[in-house]
Design a protein around this ligand. Structure first.
Ligand SMILES: NS(=O)(=O)c1c(F)c(F)c(S(=O)(=O)CCO)c(N[C@H]2CCCc3ccccc32)c1F
Ligand SMILES: [Zn+2]
Length: 263
């Protein structure tokens, strides 16, 4: 489709010109404010299967010009939702080294340094991501807030390869590792709401699960993420740094955010 960026002449306030859903309802991300929350006792712990990948398994780490993404094997899935949601890829959103706040979701207007998204599609109903991406029950994304603190060995399993994907469309094969290690310890505390892709085409097709507890990466790890990548191709004369790749919070309208925890 048409090119889009996070700022400038093709920036997020113009996305709806070519991608009408971006100007529609049920958009993500949102600012998760306390007064929107409703405790839902039926929200049990998130259960994931086959996230512990063997190092014999090869994953493709890539720079798609909008984020750094890691392809995930179809044996990984979420088993605690009414339908099986099979993993497709994970990617991140982050700020810049000068402005280290780059999460997409905010919690009571607090923006975290970065955010991890693990994208899954409803494989009970659809054969692949492409068929699921624009269906209202098509996708489920697990979101993890990231703050700067302790070094994170799980994130290092792919961050250590980031210099191999500096430029748009570069890809490298990396050994599998335990993807569960990227998630916070507690999968029973999360926010839940109906939303959308946070990039064009912004389809309102995502069941969002944002874990309550952030994880940490070290400042060195954050700086590597925020300063290593370019959205331009290697041969382009003007290298465009890839950072601050987060969409601003969208209107909540009459949506309620469910929470799996009481206080
Ligand atoms: N925040 S978000 O809404 O979760 C989100 C992103 F922010 C994001 F950048 C991506 S992208 O890296 O593919 C770059 C542009 O779409 C995705 N990809 C999804 C949706 C698009 C189609 C597709 C096909 C296969 C695998 C994943 C995806 C995305 F879902
Ligand atoms: Zn995302």
């Amino acid at each position: 489709g048409a090119k889009w960026t996070y700022s400038g002449q093709d920036g997020q306030q113009y996305w709806s010109k070519h991608y009408p859903y971006c100007g529609g309802p049920f958009q993500s991300p949102i600012d998760i404010e306390s007064e929107l929350l409703r405790f839902d006792p039926t929200l049990g712990p998130i259960e994931v299967q086959n996230y512990d990948l063997s190092p014999d398994e090869q994953l493709t780490l890539g720079n798609n010009g909008h984020s750094v993404q890691l392809s995930l094997p179809g044996k990984m899935y979420i088993s605690s939702l009414p339908r099986r949601y099979t993993a497709a890829q994970l990617h991140l959103h982050w700020g810049s080294s000068s402005k280290p706040a780059g999460s997409e979701h905010l919690v009571n207007s607090r923006q975290y340094a970065a955010e991890l998204h693990v994208v899954h599609f409803n494989s009970d109903k659809y054969p692949n991501m492409s068929m699921a991406v624009d269906k209202s029950d098509g996708l489920a994304v697990l979101g993890v807030l990231i703050e700067v603190g302790e070094f994170n060995p799980a994130f290092e399993q792919f961050l250590k390869f980031i210099n191999g994907v500096k430029y748009r469309d570069q890809k490298v094969q990396i050994p599998g590792f335990n993807i569960r290690g990227l998630l916070p310890p507690r999968l029973d505390e999360y926010y839940r709401y109906d939303g959308s892709l946070t990039t064009p085409p912004c389809y309102p097709s995502v069941l969002w699960t944002l874990f309550r507890n952030p994880v940490t990466i070290s400042r060195k790890q954050f700086v590597a993420l925020a300063t290593s990548l370019y959205s331009s191709h290697a041969q382009d004369s003007t290298p465009l740094p890839l950072n601050s790749n987060f969409r601003k919070p969208q209107a909540v309208d009459s949506r309620v955010v469910l929470v799996s925890f009481k206080e």
